[in-house]
Structure formats: structure tokens, C-alpha cells
Design a binder for this molecule. Structure first.
Ligand code: HOZ
Length: 445
């Protein structure tokens, strides 16, 4: 179903037409194109705290938050000040700065499994480099990934991927060499038996298992009890590197990431988004014995002109300290306040599902949440195969646009997670739930 936008989005429509002439599909990342919900992407002019304003002057409570990074909301004064002060001192040196060590130390303090950190410029670079490192460390080639998990757009990871690939309903991307894809073994999320069978067949040739600890690029799917620990046990037994991709969940599910929520001790962790305070960044991090393989400490090569960029390091430090430092009066951290609001929001949506009779599967951990519109009540999504079978796309589309018209901006795909910031206050949550009630009734039809 395609919904056309009204004049409420007139300027966005003009800008999108102009963008399409010079940018493929009019966007620089596919999920922004609104293909999953029809209509025209909304172009934004500014953001402040929990709110954004589009180019037509409409305001929204924002639950996309740049797809996760903005844990403190838009333009938080501490982050803006850190960026301004660093910009005045220089934006890039291509040489080490103290900021990189400070941010690495902070990450090591927050994420217990991490002993060393290498900063890069995006989540894609982080996962791509982590896999090269796992292959270098083990001397093996095969990797295991889960169907519907998304780890960026590197060739070997663009196999049965989530996020925009799922939203657009694309087959695996042309341009990925068959020989590269052949080294990527795929299994359904939460299917530990299938992983065990893979290890029985290929055990000694598998370099790495890479997994999202919460599958947040095919909606919001929690790991079943024992699934992540099962992966840890299998990888230990077979000398395989376990890579936990926390680009989405890092500093969002909990200060120590989703791995701390589920008690998992991975070999390598991939980070991005929050760690750069809203500027482009990524990192791969983990056990010193493995990280020492990275050049120049070891032979595994990886480099980048803007890696460890001082603006991103300064913004990341400001964001993490502001979110996680415990206030002197012992009051909750800003992260804890944001997580409390996310809980209220998720509980409210659960109640509305019951009240309106619209079946939803709602999940939330820390400051993240997600919900599926289900075709039948009682259906459960625990893998991508389940999502394909049970998810009601038409209802989500009606809900999405009804929410936009009521001033609430959600990800334009139910295969993406939602995010709450410390700037969302109780009024924002109450307004959102009122809008959600009306929108659920519209979606129900
Ligand atoms: N990979 C992001 C969603 N999981 C999308 C990034 C973007 O389009 O900006």
C-alpha cells in the first residue's frame, strides 16, 4: 500500500525531488527513503532535546535519534560545547591525541570484557575489521552470522542481512562476490541447535560467530534464555572468536552494553553510534591477546585518516560522562532516567495493544524499544523467519503516518528499533501514548 503525503510535507517533497536528481534514491542510506511506509521522507531542519522540526515547520517527538547515537537528545549543551571547543583547537591531525586514550579508557571501564580498543569511523568499519582480525587470529576463513541481523555493508556481512535490506525486501546484494558470500554461513536467530549442527560440520574452519545480542535490525528480538551463552560455549569449545556487535545496543541497553545484561564475555565487541556522541565513529575492542594482532602491534592491517577523529572523541567523551557519571547527590544517572522513560513508554504501548485489540509484540531493554504489528494475537517473533510470517506491514504503515500527523517520529520501518533519550520527559511520553492510542485505532481500520 502506498500512502501519499499531503501538503503538510510540501517542502520535504520538493527537497526530495531535488535530491533524487543528484543522489541515488535521494538519500545517503536506504532506510531513510521511506520505501517501507510509502510517501516522501521527511527532511529535518533542526533538533533540540527530544524534539525535531522538519522543513515544513512541523514538530515531532523523536524516537529515531539519528538511529541511536543521541542518548542525550539533540544538541545537548555538554556535547555541543565539547565539539565547539575541540573544533576551535583543530578538527583533525592524523596524529595521536590524548582524547583517544581517554575515550578508550572510559570504554574499558564501562564494558568489562574490553581490554583494548581501536577506533574507526563507522559501524561497518568496526565489524569488517573485527572479522578480518578474527580470521587473522584463527587462521580460518568461515564466519557464522544470523539471518536478519545487520552488521553494516561489508561484502561478507551483506548476506541475508537485516535493516534496509529487509525493509526494501532486497535479495542479497549484487556486487558481493559469490566466493566471498560462500564463506558466510547463516542460521536463524535463536536457533542454537542449527548453530551446533554447523559447528559439527565446519567447526575447525569457523573463524568467528558474529551476533547482535538483541536483534535490533529486524525489529526488536530478544535472545532466548541460553542462546548467547550457548554461542559462547560452542565458540570456546571450537577455538572460534565470538564477536558481539553492540553498534546498536552499546551504551543503550545498559552502560556495559547488552553483553552485561545477558552476562556474556565476548572476545571482540563492535561499537559505534553512542560512542561518538552523534559524530561518525566506530570501534572494535576486546581481549588484549587478540587486539595485539592489529597493526602496528601485530600483522593484521587496518588504518584510517580520520580514525580517532578528535571531534568525535570529544563528543563521545562528553556524551558518555554526561550520561553515566553518577551525580554527587546520588540521584539517578541520565541513562537511568532515560531507561525509566523507555520502560513507561513500552508498558504504555503494551496496555494500548490490549485496550485497542491491536496485537503487538513489544520489547524494551534499557533505552531501546521496538514493536511488531502481528497478524494474529499470540504469534511470537523470535527469528527473521517468524517476522516474515507474522508481521502486518499495512497496519504499521497506517500507524506510522498517523503518528507523524500527531507529532511523533518513529523509524519508517518496523524492522528498526526505537530509542529514548534523557531529554524525553514525562510529558513527551504522555503525549506519545495519547498519539499512539489514536493511531492504533486508525491502524486497526
Ligand atoms: N543502519 C541504520 C539502521 N539500523 C540506518 C542508518 C541510517 O540510515 O542513517
Amino acid at each position: 500500500m502506498t500512502l501519499t503525503t499531503t501538503d503538510r510535507y510540501a517542502r520535504s517533497k520538493e527537497l526530495f525531488a531535488a535530491a533524487q536528481a543528484v543522489i541515488p534514491g535521494g538519500v545517503n542510506s536506504p532506510v531513510r527513503a521511506f520505501r517501507g511506509v510509502g510517501g516522501t521522507p521527511i527532511f529535518f531542519a533542526r533538533g533540540n532535546g527530544a524534539h525535531v522540526e522538519d522543513v515544513d515547520g512541523n514538530s515531532y517527538i523523536d524516537y529515531v535519534l539519528s538511529w541511536g547515537p543521541l542518548l542525550l537528545g539533540h544538541a545537548h549543551p555538554a556535547v555541543v560545547q565539547a565539539i565547539n571547543e575541540q573544533a576551535a583547537r583543530g578538527t583533525s591531525f592524523g596524529a595521536p591525541t590524548e582524547l583517544e586514550t581517554e575515550l578508550a579508557e572510559l570504554v574499558i571501564t564501562l564494558v568489562p570484557s574490553v581490554e583494548q580498543v581501536r577506533f574507526v569511523n563507522s559501524g561497518t568499519e568496526a565489524t569488517m575489521s573485527a572479522l578480518r582480525l578474527a580470521r587473522a587470529y584463527t587462521g580460518r576463513e568461515k564466519i557464522v552470522k544470523f539471518i536478519g541481523c545487520y552488521h553494516g555493508h561489508a561484502d561478507m556481512l551483506l548476506v541475508q542481512a537485516g535493516s534496509g535490506v529487509v525493509t526494501l525486501g532486497l535479495p542479497d546484494s549484487p556486487g558481493v562476490p559469490a566466493s566471498t558470500a560462500a564463506s558466510t554461513l547463516t542460521v536463524e536467530y535463536n536457533d542454537l541447535d542449527a548453530v551446533t549442527a554447523l559447528f559439527r560440520e565446519h567447526g575447525d574452519t569457523i573463524a568467528a560467530v558474529i551476533v547482535e545480542p538483541i536483534a535490533a535490525n529486524m525489529g526488536f528480538v530478544l535472545p532466548e534464555p541460553g542462546f548467547l551463552q550457548g554461542l559462547r560455549d560452542l565458540t570456546r569449545k571450537h577455538g572460534t572468536v565470538l564477536i558481539i556487535d553492540e553498534v546498536m545496543t552499546g551504551f543503550r541497553a545498559a552502560p556495559g552494553g547488552a553483553q552485561s545484561v545477558f552476562g556474556i564475555d565476548p572476545d571482540i565487541t563492535c561499537l559505534g553510534k553512542v560512542i561518538g556522541g552523534g559524530l561518525p565513529v566506530g570501534a572494535y575492542a576486546g581481549k588484549k591477546a587478540i587486539m595485539q594482532m592489529v597493526a602496528p602491534a601485530g600483522p593484521m592491517y587496518q588504518a584510517g585518516t580520520l580514525s580517532g577523529n578528535p571531534l568525535a572523541m570529544a563528543a563521545g567523551l562528553a556524551m558518555l560522562h554526561t550520561a553515566f557519571d553518577v551525580p554527587a547527590d546520588g540521584s539517578p544517572t541520565l541513562f537511568q532516567s532515560a531507561a525509566g522513560r523507555a520502560q513507561t513508554l513500552a508498558d504504555g504501548i503494551r496496555s494500548l495493544s490490549e485496550e485497542t485489540g491491536v496485537p503487538l509484540q513489544v520489547g524494551n531493554v534499557g533505552t531501546m524499544f521496538g514493536f511488531y504489528f502481528l497478524r494474529e494475537a499470540g504469534a511470537k517473533v523470535r527469528s527473521y523467519a517468524d517476522a516474515k510470517q507474522h508481521v502486518d506491514a499495512a497496519r504499521f504503515t497506517r500507524f506510522f503516518w498517523a503518528m507523524c500527523e500527531r507529532g511523533v517520529y518513529l523509524a519508517p520501518s518496523q524492522f528498526e528499533a526505537g530509542f529514548v533519550s534523557s531529554a524525553h520527559d514525562t510529558v513527551d511520553i504522555a503525549v506519545t501514548l495519547t498519539a499512539a492510542r489514536e493511531s492504533l485505532l486508525i491502524a486497526r481500520g
